[in-house]
Design a protein around this ligand. Structure first.
Ligand code: NOJ
Length: 577
């Protein structure tokens, strides 16, 4: 059965990070009215849907991934009628809209957690370590007795942002109570207990609240984190900050029940609503378990995002993703950037003087990518590679995600004063980890103001670097060689000409070319739906190479990428096949 009516199987989704997209009122922070003014820009770009990162009321200790009210809007971003207006604008422009939902934890400002903190706790030194307090409001969270009479954390779990996952609660007199609550992320983000039926019912209500307002789907934050291993066993080893490690709080079988319940809610609607999972699991093949027919529709492909600049490794990841998703008849997704990782142009930039130029991705790619951030990099090569891989990603079958500013070729910003940095990964580790602020710097729209057009008054919560003056939307708009022009052209071609999207049952999703050097990633997308067959070739090596194909170039990653059959290093070309 061909399922082309399922738009989410082959869409281009653009991530809007509201704090940094466009600021309409000049307070230095982006807002929903600002996003609404830029709908024509998004439409023109050629995307199918937007995903809006959290817009909820929040103390903003983790940029809104610490929600204090799931049914409202952070006043700095606007109000409910602003977001309703945005949903309408997006739909009127023929696009769809995902919003974020954060079920793993609330903010410590959420009324449930405040109620829990006000609850009188029994501090009796004879209570055994790891005893659970599920009384009253604490039944919604994980509160455990500490070890050594309550003085030490209940177990050895490490938080993603650094330090232990446990924070001790004070008793009514302001003294340590011996009871500790769980926070896999920041201490301001207490984890919810998803075995609790009230928690489950409340969240089904949140889903309906937003579905009833017309949103088309949710991006689910930390979809691999909701269930914790019974008895809260110690981690086999402490892997601080590694969200993919196989720890007893990641990827537990029990959480799939929740996704089956959520799918039933989405299926109540006409048309059915859609989910995309943020799940960092290990081994990555386990991703497909989230995509079973009665669970979530799609999930981010993080192995692809983390792939080094190496053709063999990229090809292996593409192959295993296609194969494992096929088992569940689930579409693939491709993603190279988001608000949690270094910009591709920086990630792919070789460190100058580094002997293995072709290794490309220096630095660890977990939340923050903190390794080697002070090293001097060849940013020109990084930018070329980001353009080339963007084109290659768009040739792959399935859904692709673009993070705001990726279409401008923005690089990671490291030159941010410590006092302006807001990422809890930076704050908790007192700067030992650089954190994620560098990929969250407000978008440069034009050269009219100090904030590069982010607003009209000049201020912005993080300053844009001077080097971005040549990367603004206005500077790139009419330049036929710019990344923005390339992105627009590629997105429109993908949709209108090439029918490059989803997988149909009677046409192979892609066919690899094996008669090319091992540093060339080359494949054919067979024609389907009346589209044209296309070959995509990406050169991840150090040498130009003559390709053994005679197709005509349709699009290339820069004007000199491909001439007389020769593909330059760090370049990509689409050819007729
Ligand atoms: C994943 C989000 O993408 C990230 O930004 C956030 O810090 C954590 N989840 C915690 O919610």
């Amino acid at each position: 059965m061909q399922r082309t009516s399922d738009w989410w199987r082959e869409a281009i989704v653009y991530q809007v990070y509201p704090r940094s997209f466009a600021d309409s009122d000049g307070d230095g922070i982006g807002d929903i009215p600002g996003i609404r003014t830029r709908i024509p820009y998004l439409k023109d770009l050629g995307i199918d849907a937007i995903w809006l990162s959290p817009h909820y009321p929040s103390p903003m200790l983790d940029a809104g991934y610490d929600v204090s009210d799931y049914r409202n809007v952070w006043p700095t971003f606007g109000n409910l009628s602003d977001i309703e207006g945005l949903i309408n604008d997006v739909h009127d422009a023929g696009m769809r809209m995902f919003i974020d939902i954060v079920p793993n934890h609330t903010s410590w400002d959420h009324p449930w957690f405040k109620e829990a903190l006000a609850y009188p706790l029994d501090n009796d030194a004879t209570i055994p370590a790891k005893a659970r307090c599920a009384e009253g409001p604490w039944a919604r969270y994980h509160l455990l007795r500490g070890q050594d009479g309550g003085t030490r954390e209940p177990n050895n779990w490490s938080s993603v942002f650094g330090g232990p996952t446990w924070h001790q609660v004070n008793d009514a007199h302001g003294n340590p109570s011996g009871w500790w609550y769980l926070h896999i992320f920041d201490k301001s983000q207490p984890d919810l207990d998803w075995d609790n039926h009230e928690v489950r019912a409340e969240f089904r209500g949140h889903l309906r609240f937003w579905f009833d307002r017309g949103i088309d789907g949710f991006r689910i934050d930390v979809a691999h984190g909701l269930a914790k291993a019974e008895g809260y066993p110690d981690c086999p080893e402490i892997v601080d900050g590694d969200a993919t490690a196989k720890n007893p709080y990641w990827d537990q079988d029990g959480l799939h029940d929740v996704w089956r319940e959520w799918r039933a809610v989405a299926d109540e609607y006409e048309p059915a609503r859609v989910f995309v999972a943020e799940a960092w699991v290990h081994p990555a093949q386990r991703n497909a378990r989230y995509l079973r027919p009665d669970e979530l529709h799609t999930g981010f492909n993080f192995p692809y995002l983390r792939a080094p600049w190496n053709a063999t490794k990229m090809r292996d990841i593409i192959d295993f993703t296609l194969a494992s998703n096929k088992i569940e008849n689930a579409p693939t997704t491709w993603v190279l950037e988001n608000h949690d990782v270094w910009r591709a142009a920086t990630r792919y930039a070789p460190i100058i003087g580094h002997s293995e130029k072709n290794a490309g991705v220096a630095g660890q790619l977990d939340l923050g990518g903190e390794t080697d951030w002070k090293a001097e990099r060849d940013l020109e090569t990084g930018a070329a590679r980001a353009r080339a891989n963007f084109l290659s990603m768009l040739a792959l079958p399935g859904t692709a995600y673009i993070y705001q500013g990726q279409e401008l070729g923005l690089n990671e910003v490291f030159d941010i004063p410590a006092q302006l940095r807001q990422d809890p990964a930076f704050i908790t580790t007192q700067g030992a980890r650089v954190g994620r602020d560098g990929c969250r710097v407000p978008l440069p729209w034009n050269n009219d103001t100090e904030s590069l057009g982010f607003n009209t008054t000049g201020a912005s919560w993080l300053p844009a670097p001077n080097s971005w003056k040549k990367l603004t939307v206005a500077a790139q708009d009419q330049d036929s060689t710019s990344m923005l022009t390339l992105a627009r052209t590629a997105l429109h071609l993908r949709r209108d000409l090439l029918a490059l999207g989803g997988i149909s049952d009677d046409v192979a999703p892609l066919v690899w070319d094996n008669d090319v050097p091992e540093y060339i990633l080359s494949f054919v997308r067979p024609a389907r739906l009346g589209g044209t067959a296309i070959r995509c070739a990406l050169n991840l090596g150090n040498h130009a190479v003559v390709l053994p194909f005679d197709g005509q170039p349709v699009l290339m990653s820069d004007p000199h990428a491909y001439t007389d059959g020769m593909l330059n290093p760090n370049s990509c070309v689409w050819l007729t096949a």
